[in-house]
Ligand binder design. Sequence first.
Ligand SMILES: *[C@@H]1O[C@H](CO)[C@@H](O)[C@H](O)[C@H]1NC(C)=O
Ligand SMILES: *[C@@H]1O[C@H](CO)[C@@H](O)[C@H](O)[C@H]1NC(C)=O
Ligand SMILES: *[C@@H]1O[C@H](CO)[C@@H](O)[C@H](O)[C@H]1NC(C)=O
Ligand SMILES: *[C@@H]1O[C@H](CO)[C@@H](O)[C@H](O)[C@H]1NC(C)=O
Length: 355
Amino acid sequence: MFWSSKRPLVQVALSLFIIPLVHAATTCNGHSELCDRSYGNVSFVGAHDSYAVGTNNLAANQDYDVTQQLTDGVRLLQMQAHNLSGVIQLCHTDCGLFNGGTLQDYLTKVKTWMDANTNDVVTLLIVNIDDLPPTDYSPVFENVGLDKLSYAPTTSPLTNTAWPTLGSMIDAGTRLVTFLDNAADLTKVPYLLDEFTNVWETPFDVTDPAFDCSVNRTHGDSSTQMYLINHFLDTILLNSPVPDIAEANVTNGVSGTGSLGAQVDTCVAAYGRAPNYLLVDFYEYGGGSVFQVAASINGVTYDPTTPIATPIPTSTTSSTSGGGNGNAGSLVSPSQFIASLFVGLSVLFGAISVV
Ligand SMILES: *[C@@H]1O[C@H](CO)[C@@H](O)[C@H](O)[C@H]1NC(C)=O
Ligand SMILES: *[C@@H]1O[C@H](CO)[C@@H](O)[C@H](O)[C@H]1NC(C)=O
Ligand SMILES: *[C@@H]1O[C@H](CO)[C@@H](O)[C@H](O)[C@H]1NC(C)=O
Ligand SMILES: *[C@@H]1O[C@H](CO)[C@@H](O)[C@H](O)[C@H]1NC(C)=O
């Protein structure tokens, strides 16, 4: 009698307490250890200008397209959105200089990948260069179906410790976090979050491999915000910063002067916690080193099931043919780039627009 009548009651009573604490997801972003960690306490590798894909193209920041980036472990996708005749396109500085296609085509690839990988939390960081209202973005998210996968906090900003766990975001099916660098308005679109009240950034377009950890841009209290390190090295060509691809193996490295690992160490020493986002160019240079750095600060083992993509060699001769895997952008030669750059820069007030 006791067991048949009371035990179910005990179980019900216990489950009321236990179920809300237990995640259905047992693997989160590839690791069981990450399921119970707050989103704000995880380090993610990010692809700088993730749509700017090309080889022998000074306006490109990546060799491989967004699908390969996600497959290899990139979980923050940064992009620059422009209004081209009323359509949101992912361009670099200027759509005449580099056009990586429409936001909708890009987000369709993200949605396809996320549908096939249901235990992963992904973040988008949109540089809203033309100050478009969030209501210009929401129809694109709705067309693609990413609105349904989007995380919309009940209050925003959130301090770094206030974010939900990866496990709970995955269980709820709201595992896409999207930031706009300006013009966010949660009363209009609750899932397009304001970047700089939630996240601060280190300096960008850095040309000194010493990469400092100073607070460069924020609209909040950096001591309680998540933070992003702009760990991509530029070199100056005709007064404009362009990716220093010759140094990419070193820049993306685990240790040594100028490496990602070294900047992380500097930042941890300064702030007592690791950066949330590690934004890099040509992420596959270093042979997975950027993911190794993230795994190390997350306290998990970097153990890829398949080898990551290999760097696409650049040629020393200027070329518009290029090839390369998954090229999405129009290719420009250095001379075309320089010609367009003058146009772009005169329109867009200098180096800041080349971020
Ligand atoms: C986007 O571009 C279109 C066409 O040029 C223009 O009509 C519209 O006002 C622009 N949107 C914004 C928010 O500037
Ligand atoms: C932020 O970084 C940019 C580029 O690296 C620099 O020009 C600017 O002065 C910095 N601003 C602050 C407030 O540190
Ligand atoms: C980067 O490292 C890869 C793999 O070790 C090597 O094939 C490539 O030549 C290196 N590239 C540069 C620019 O150092
Ligand atoms: C997460 O918390 C641990 C323990 O406090 C800390 O060592 C680590 O740097 C934190 N990571 C992030 C990204 O906040």
